[in-house]
Design a protein around this ligand. Structure first.
Ligand SMILES: Nc1ncnc2c1ncn2[C@@H]1O[C@H](COP(=O)(O)OP(=O)(O)OP(=O)(O)O)[C@@H](O)[C@H]1O
Ligand SMILES: [Mg+2]
Length: 258
């Protein structure tokens, strides 16, 4: 059964069409990576899945329920199923790591004593030691901050986790550690994960790859055979080739001609 089903999803901002008829089904318990060029609408697509951006037309069906026309109040129950890892870790600088990870609990009037073991458990899941609990985000490395962001997402026990570029700005080794953590987390909690990433390294960890181009899913297929795919969009994109159906920016072209 598909946990997330998108049907002919269109999103326009003023005159600009971003998603232009996206159809996508994400099987329960799978990890799916969404790739596509910068500005193609990957973040806009992810936000439509969780109801943060309302589609212009089409349907978003979560666990068999059409959420497209739901009010904000009705959406609150749907929100509880989701974890959302933002494009940048988005930690609050004035709060320590315990408060950052436990923020949802503390906001819901759960005491610090009750929150502490939950926060410790989630930090352990992302391989962070208790020593970080009372440190502040500025005292941690970029990779550690990303892991704190993952731990914060785990606190609400989500059944669907959406990641917007979880490894941007990390060196290749740290990025791999984060992917391994995401993979191990997945094995433990059996969530369904949708991950936006530009990093081809992720294909080793996910089940399926979807490619967004010109507002549509141009490819959806298994990750383990992606390097053998002859889909022209995938072939060009994952190898970073200049020739193919994906056009270069005008500025690139004029730059090269000079
Ligand atoms: N709230 C908004 N109002 C108007 N236009 C928007 C809004 N949000 C996004 N857009 C536009 O939608 C397009 C797609 O943006 P989006 O952030 O989804 O791209 P992306 O594929 O995630 O890019 P990147 O890889 O750089 O993160 C962009 O042209 C952007 O300017
Ligand atoms: Mg984005």
């Amino acid at each position: 059964m598909s946990v997330i089903k998108l049907v002919n999803l269109v999103k326009e901002f003023d005159e600009k069409v971003v998603t232009n008829g996206v159809d996508l089904e994400i099987p329960k318990g799978s990890m799916v990576c969404i790739i596509g060029r910068s500005g193609e609408g990957k973040s806009v697509l992810l936000k439509q899945i969780i109801g943060l951006i309302k589609p212009t037309s089409g349907q978003v069906i979560i666990d068999g329920t059409d959420i497209t026309g739901m009010s904000d109040l009705e959406l609150q129950d749907i929100f509880k199923k989701f974890g959302y890892v933002f494009q940048f870790a988005a930690l609050l600088d004035s709060l320590n790591i315990f408060e950052n990870v436990g923020i949802t609990l503390l906001e819901n009037h759960i005491s610090k004593e009750e929150a502490l073991p939950i926060v410790k458990e989630k930090l352990a899941m992302v391989n962070l030691a208790e020593e970080v609990l009372y440190k502040y985000p500025a005292e941690l490395s970029g990779g550690m901050r990303k892991r704190v962001g993952l731990a914060r997402t785990l606190v609400t026990n989500p059944s669907i986790i959406l990641y917007d570029e979880p490894t941007t700005g990390l060196d290749p080794i740290t990025a791999r550690i984060v992917f391994e953590l995401m993979y191990n987390m997945q094995q433990q909690i059996h969530a369904t994960s949708v991950i936006i990433s530009h990093d081809v390294e992720i294909f080793k960890y996910v089940d399926f790859v979807a490619m967004l181009h010109e507002g549509k899913i141009q490819y959806f297929g298994p990750a383990d055979t992606i390097w053998e795919s002859d889909n022209p969009y995938i072939y060009q994109f994952i190898r970073g080739l200049s020739k193919g159906p994906i056009q270069q920016e005008i500025t690139h072209r004029s730059g090269r001609e000079r």
